[in-house]
Each structure stands twice: as structure tokens, then as C-alpha cells.
Write a protein that binds this ligand. Structure first.
Ligand SMILES: [Fe+2]
Ligand SMILES: [Fe+2]
Length: 177
């Protein structure tokens, strides 16, 4: 199910749910980094995890400023359905990237909704736009890598097609005895 984050009426609730989503993302990235083989992807995922850590640092004081208590960890339901528990069971880089795509679909949707709110103070809007732009970059990279896998698959399907063989003739037919 797509995330509901970004639809909250109360601004502090909204920021707290974005915060939880960023904690979820950090957990998921940790699990993905542990399991992915490709060195280039691993380095990118490390960088993206760092972006989510920055998002947490930026959102935290905004919740405090609004007089609420910031959440301190990931939402356990998400961890079980989309987070590191699911990631830990996946085999193969492509499956890991697919799982991270689902995670980034959620962060993108949540931040896209959040930045559209009319009641955002300018400094909060600015933070949310910066975070949203990071999320877009994350999703774009993962989509590009998944496309690479698809292209690779098509190419290997073409090269593995057997060359056209001459039709069997009576001379070349294997002897039955
Ligand atoms: Fe994030
Ligand atoms: Fe992200």
C-alpha cells in the first residue's frame, strides 16, 4: 500500500511522519548496503543513506520548534513490511534495487505531497524541498540501474539465440543404428 505520509492535517504530525519515513529509509539502506554486491551501487547507496541521515537532522529541530516531541525511530510496521526485514530475505542486486525503488517511491510521494501544502512557513518549505530533491535523485539513480538490468537482459537474450541451423537432410540425419 502506498504511504499515507504527506496527508496529515497537523504540521508537526506531518513532519514527524516524514521523520519516521527517513528513519525507515536509513534502516532499509543499511540492509541493502550489507547485501548488495556491485561496488558502484554500494557506494551510491552509502551516499543516499547519508542524505537520509541529513533529512533526519533537518526535520528533528522543526518538530521541536512546533512544540512536539520528534519521533526517534522507524515505524515498526514499515520495517516489517518494507524495511530491513524484507531486505534481509532478498537475493541478488536487482531484487535489492527493486525493494529500494519501492522505498523511494514512498519517500518521493510523501515529500511531493508535503511541499505542496499552503500552510508551510518558508524555512520549513525550504527544508522539505531540499529533501524532496534528494529523494528524486535517489529514485532516478535506482530506476536507471534497474533499466541497465533490463537492457542487459534483452542483450543477453539476443546473443543467446542460437544461430540458424541448416535444415536436417537425409545425409546429416543421425543414424538410427
Ligand atoms: Fe530522506
Ligand atoms: Fe531517498
Amino acid at each position: 500500500m502506498a504511504t499515507m505520509v504527506g496527508t496529515q492535517k497537523d504540521l508537526a504530525d506531518l513532519l514527524n511522519s516524514l521523520l519516521a519515513l527517513d528513519y525507515d529509509a536509513i534502516d532499509a539502506y543499511e540492509a541493502a548496503i550489507d547485501r548488495i554486491d556491485d561496488d558502484g551501487d554500494k557506494a551510491q547507496l552509502e551516499e543516499f543513506k547519508g542524505d537520509h541521515e541529513r533529512h533526519v537532522c533537518a526535520l528533528h529541530p522543526l518538530v521541536v520548534e512546533l512544540g512536539e516531541k520528534p519521533v526517534e525511530k522507524a515505524d515498526i510496521k514499515r520495517v516489517l513490511t518494507k524495511g530491513k526485514v524484507v531486505l534481509a530475505s532478498l537475493v541478488g542486486d536487482r531484487m535489492i534495487l527493486l525493494a529500494m525503488k519501492m522505498n523511494e517511491d514512498d519517500t518521493n510521494l510523501a515529500y511531493d505531497r508535503a511541499v505542496q501544502r499552503a500552510d508551510l512557513p518558508a524555512h520549513i518549505h525550504e527544508v522539505l524541498v531540499q529533501n524532496r530533491d534528494d529523494e528524486r535523485r535517489h529514485l532516478a539513480y535506482i530506476l536507471g540501474r534497474l533499466e541497465d538490468y533490463e537492457v542487459g537482459e534483452k542483450e543477453s537474450a539476443v546473443t543467446s539465440t542460437p544461430a540458424i541451423e541448416p535444415p536436417p537432410t537425409s545425409q546429416s540425419a543421425p543414424s538410427t543404428r
